[in-house]
Design a protein around this ligand. Structure first.
Ligand SMILES: NC(=O)c1ccc[n+]([C@@H]2O[C@H](COP(=O)([O-])OP(=O)(O)OC[C@H]3O[C@@H](n4cnc5c(N)ncnc54)[C@H](OP(=O)(O)O)[C@@H]3O)[C@@H](O)[C@H]2O)c1
Length: 288
């Protein structure tokens, strides 16, 4: 698996496996199968409610000798009500205990709301204590990322944001490159929205190389230097999605993909009042 060096020297596998929306009783098995298929980066979050099951899948893979802990790159995230400094410190410990791990490779502030500066102080302290190898943010727009870098001594290693063919984030990537904050893509397939998997432009590009739409999308992210998280509960798709390192998209292919950019989220805008209201009303309830 090819890796990217983060701004603190830690190396992250460029392709990873995400466990969002995997049913609880399937998560441990899916994580184990993903590791068996060759994934080394596993992405979960406190709010997904499956840190325990994710940890169980990792443990099984290690016990069975498929990998060592050092070969894996495990990520989790804290949510909105977990941002105050003391709460963040507790949440980091809780993630470690729940997953059965001594350290995490990456920990993120999941949403750009709440006491993100307090959370950051807790995360920096945990990083210094060797509990978190890399730390970062998620869903921060470029302007907020720049403010966050400017007002903290330790800059984030990663910003995990939505990136897919409908929302390509070309300008955002340039801003992140300027500040040396690595972009990590969530929902690289836009969860299949706008019929992504049958899109004729992407399908035709793939046909030239005997590759599927999913493979074209992930390859495009690899060539852009973005870390991508793909999710599938099906072993055949896990294998398909990782089989992207034996072909290269041409300049013409990339231009065709560029023309698909709608330049807005397929899911939500983190600054939209309705969206913030939704988080406050609904997501906070689930945290209480
Ligand atoms: N930071 C954040 O706020 C945030 C938000 C969302 C996601 N994430 C992270 O990013 C990861 C990926 O995002 P996501 O899960 O939302 O969406 P995604 O990876 O864009 O799409 C997943 C969907 O695509 C299907 N799929 C996967 N591979 C396929 C293939 N080769 N052919 C056809 N269908 C395929 C999956 O179905 P099957 O499972 O049935 O195969 C699933 O329905 C998450 O798991 C999570 O770790 C983070």
């Amino acid at each position: 698996m090819q890796t990217i060096k983060l701004n603190n020297g830690v190396e992250i596998p460029q392709l990873g496996f995400g466990v969002y929306q995997i049913p609880l009783d399937e998560t441990a098995k899916a994580v184990y199968q993903a590791i068996k298929a060759g994934y080394r980066l596993i992405d979960t979050a406190s709010i997904y409610g499956n840190e325990k099951e994710t940890g169980a899948g990792i443990k099984r893979a290690i016990v069975e000798g498929l990998v060592t802990r050092e070969e894996l790159f495990v990520t989790s995230k804290l949510f909105i009500l977990q941002t105050p400094e003391s709460k963040a410190t507790e949440t980091i410990e809780h993630s470690l205990d729940t997953m059965g791990l001594d350290y995490l490779d990456l920990y993120l502030i999941h949403q750009p709301y709440g006491d993100v500066y307090g959370a950051w102080r807790a995360m920096v302290a945990a990083q210094k204590a060797g509990k978190l190898r890399a730390i970062g943010i998620s869903n921060f727009k470029s302007a907020k990322m720049i403010e966050f870098v400017g007002l903290n001594e330790v800059k984030p290693q990663i910003n995990q944001i939505e990136v897919n063919p409908w929302n390509q984030r070309i300008e955002d990537q340039k801003w992140h490159e300027k500040y040396d904050v690595q972009v990590e893509a969530w929902a690289p397939f836009a969860e299949g929205r706008h019929d992504l998997f049958t899109n004729p432009v992407l399908a035709e590009i793939g046909e030239q190389y005997g590759k599927t739409v999913g493979q074209v999308v992930l390859r495009w992210l690899m060539q852009r230097g973005i870390v991508a998280l793909a999710k599938s509960v099906r072993p055949e798709r896990m294998a398909e999605n990782i089989d992207i390192f034996d072909f290269e998209l041409s300049k013409e292919d990339i231009e065709k993909i560029a023309a698909l950019d709608m330049k807005e989220s397929v899911f939500f805008d983190h600054d939209a009042p309705q969206q913030v209201e939704w988080f406050m009303n609904r997501m906070l309830d689930t945290e209480k």
